[in-house]
Structure formats: structure tokens, C-alpha cells
Design a binder for this molecule. Structure first.
Ligand SMILES: Cc1cc2nc3c(=O)[nH]c(=O)nc-3n(C[C@H](O)[C@H](O)[C@H](O)COP(=O)(O)OP(=O)(O)OC[C@H]3O[C@@H](n4cnc5c(N)ncnc54)[C@H](O)[C@@H]3O)c2cc1C
Length: 330
């Protein structure tokens, strides 16, 4: 029987915590009453910046694994790291981010320890007897409730954007190094080189504003205006799959079921119809604004504000107004 508490696994890249991993601390904050104290496990190489950041986001304890071989995402190594922390903390709930590495490690650990695994959850709760999770199914059209008994620790991966990163506090967590007894089998796979995917000026998944162009732009040329609009709004440019399939924009900018998940403060969709495979990737946006000629387009129904118009009439005016305002402020 586990002794309780939450173990939140904070993945890092170049020593910095991944935003999605920090969202786990937002989840943990809501679950503390049901599960007990929160331990954050920060793993990677040269992770001092991540430790500093995490220590003021609410956990009681931060366990640190700072090791050159953890500088790259290797499932076997990370699984050993989390398993070691698990043995120290004896948690009731283990939270991992819904990243490629997090999903791999969660599945492997749950299988190794023969405990329940709740995958891709957007909400978690705890009763004295059960962990109750909600997860999207059928491309986000429905939410299903999944329950796991609390007779064993439960492993869960949390979907990007499901929780917010908590505000920093004055109170700092206790920080301790964790020694991990790596076995030769953990070191069979090695990362020899990391190749960055092409990306825009602002990281799409973390941008506060996302301007998305759809097939309604009529060709790749229209995207120059949208890129300018995105830049003026301090945001990133995204596209639909129709657009990336046509080769108008790179796949890295695609949002949706087979693309990126975004949850900006402002989503602006231009010439986007709002197919479910697209909306599943942006439906958590705080404010949704749409420019579309068709008043019956599904995205128009979803929008907080919709302009029923030709984008060629609206976008140049928006750009001019924003430029004017920038000039006024300068
Ligand atoms: C398995 C699978 C996975 C998929 N994954 C994704 C995914 O990850 N992301 C994704 O986006 N799609 C995905 N799709 C495709 C999805 O189903 C839609 O086909 C796609 O999202 C449509 O893109 P769109 O809105 O750009 O184009 P359209 O549906 O063609 O919409 C164009 C819109 O532009 C409007 N318009 C036209 N001219 C103008 C104008 N001058 N001014 C203003 N508005 C105008 C039209 O009224 C229309 O609403 C997937 C499909 C499948 C089957």
C-alpha cells in the first residue's frame, strides 16, 4: 500500500522545464487535498534554472537528477529515474506530461509495476477510493470518465493545456539531489544528435496569440499578410491540414488532431472552416475570433467574435490599424 502524495515528473530541455511539465504542478495543486503533498522530480542536464523555477510553483519537495546522460530524452534512462523517485516518495499518484517521452515512460512504468495507467487526461480528481479522470475520445467530440481504484499507485499522463502553470509563490520547496542507480540495460539507446524542426519566430505551442490561415486564403501568397499580422500581435502563425497538405505552409505549423495542440489567449482563424480535426487542437483557446465568408462555417459557431467577410477586406485593415497603433506608441 502506498504512503500517499503526488509525484510530478518535470521534463526539461536544455536545463529548462518544459511548459507542459510545469502544467503538472497546476494539476497537482488541485489534487493535493485528495492525495497529499507534492514532490516534483526535475530530471535532465544542467537543470539549475528548472529547479529554481519549479521550487516556487507549489511543491513541498523537489528531487533533482542532474546527469549528462539525462540531457536527451531516452525512455529507459528516464524510466529508471522516475522509478527511483517513486521508491523514495511512495506516491499515490504519479503525473507525467503528455509528451512523447512522458507517454513512453508512463506506459512502461505502469506495466513494470502492474498499476493502472490513465492516459491523455484533461481533468483529474480523487475520492478516498478512486482516481477519477476525464479524457477526450472520438477526436475530442466526447469526454469519457475513467476510474482507477486507489488500492495501488496510479500513473497518469496529462494532456497539454489541460491545466495552467501555477503562479510563483514566496514559499520555496525543499530541494534534494537524487542518486539514480542506472543499469547497463538503461544505457543501450543513446541520442547522438538532436535536429530542430523548422519553426517560426514564436513557438506556436506557447504563443499567447495564434493566427491561423486556412484553405480560404486561396494560395500561399496570402500567408505573408497573416505572418505580418501575427508578428504585429506578438504571436505565431499556424495553419490547417488542408493548407499543409497543399504545401502552402510547413507541417510544423499545422494545428489539430494530427498537428499541434494550442491554447492561446487569442486564436484568430482566417479562412478556416472549423472541421473537428482542427478544432480539437485549438478548442481550449481563451478567445476565438474568426474571419470567414460563410456564416454557417462551424468555427463561426464556436467563435466569441466572428467577422462574416472576405479576409482580403479585413486583414489589410487590421494590419494598417495595428501598424498605426505601434507608430503611436513608439
Ligand atoms: C484523419 C484526419 C486527420 C486530420 N487532421 C487535421 C488536423 O490536424 N488539422 C486540421 O486543420 N485538419 C485536419 N484534417 C482535415 C480536416 O478534416 C479539414 O479538411 C481541414 O481542417 C479543412 O481545412 P480548412 O478549414 O483550411 O479548409 P476548408 O474546410 O476548405 O475551409 C475553408 C474556409 O475558408 C472560407 N473562405 C473561403 N474563401 C474565403 C475568403 N475569401 N475570406 C474568408 N473566408 C473564406 C470558407 O467559407 C471555408 O469555411 C484531418 C482530416 C482527417 C481525415
Amino acid at each position: 500500500m502506498q504512503s500517499g502524495g503526488i509525484l510530478a515528473v518535470v521534463e526539461t530541455v536544455d536545463g529548462v522545464a518544459r511548459p507542459l511539465a510545469l502544467e503538472l504542478l497546476g494539476a497537482a495543486a488541485t489534487l493535493q487535498e485528495a492525495f497529499g503533498p507534492v514532490t516534483a522530480l526535475v530530471a535532465g542536464h544542467s537543470v539549475a534554472p528548472a529547479v529554481e523555477h519549479v521550487s516556487v510553483l507549489g511543491p513541498q519537495w523537489v528531487l533533482v537528477v542532474d546527469d549528462p546522460q539525462c540531457g536527451h530524452p531516452v525512455t529507459a534512462l528516464m524510466t529508471r529515474v522516475v522509478a527511483t523517485a517513486w521508491d523514495v516518495v511512495q506516491p499515490a499518484l504519479v503525473l507525467l506530461p503528455g509528451t512523447t517521452l512522458g507517454r513512453d515512460v508512463a506506459a512502461l512504468l505502469a506495466a513494470q509495476r502492474r498499476v493502472p495507467h490513465l492516459a491523455d487526461v484533461v481533468h483529474l480528481d480523487g475520492t478516498p477510493d478512486e482516481v477519477v479522470a476525464r479524457r477526450p475520445v472520438y477526436q475530442g467530440k466526447l469526454l469519457t470518465t475513467v476510474r482507477a481504484p486507489r488500492t495501488h499507485p496510479v500513473v497518469a499522463t496529462v494532456r497539454a493545456g489541460a491545466y495552467r502553470v501555477p503562479e510563483s509563490r514566496d514559499q520555496r520547496a525543499r530541494i534534494e539531489d537524487l542518486a539514480v542507480p542506472f543499469a547497463p540495460a538503461d544505457q543501450r539507446a543513446r541520442v547522438t544528435r538532436m535536429v530542430e524542426k523548422p519553426r517560426g519566430q514564436v513557438d506556436l505551442e506557447n504563443a499567447p496569440v495564434v493566427v491561423v490561415g486556412g484553405r480560404g486564403l486561396g494560395g500561399p501568397e496570402g500567408f505573408a499578410q497573416l505572418a505580418e499580422l501575427a508578428e504585429l500581435l506578438g504571436g505565431a502563425l499556424g495553419c490547417t491540414r488542408a493548407v499543409s497538405d497543399l504545401g502552402w505552409r510547413p507541417h510544423a505549423e499545422q494545428i489539430g488532431q494530427t498537428g499541434k495542440q494550442v491554447r492561446p489567449r487569442l486564436y484568430l482563424g482566417v479562412g478556416v472552416s472549423g472541421a473537428v480535426q482542427h478544432t480539437v487542437g485549438m478548442q481550449g483557446s481563451e478567445t476565438i475570433v474568426v474571419i470567414n465568408r460563410d456564416p454557417n462555417a462551424p468555427l463561426v459557431n464556436m467563435a466569441d467574435f466572428a467577422l462574416i467577410a472576405d479576409w482580403k477586406e479585413i486583414v489589410p485593415r487590421l494590419i494598417a490599424r495595428l501598424r498605426e497603433r505601434r507608430g503611436e506608441e513608439a
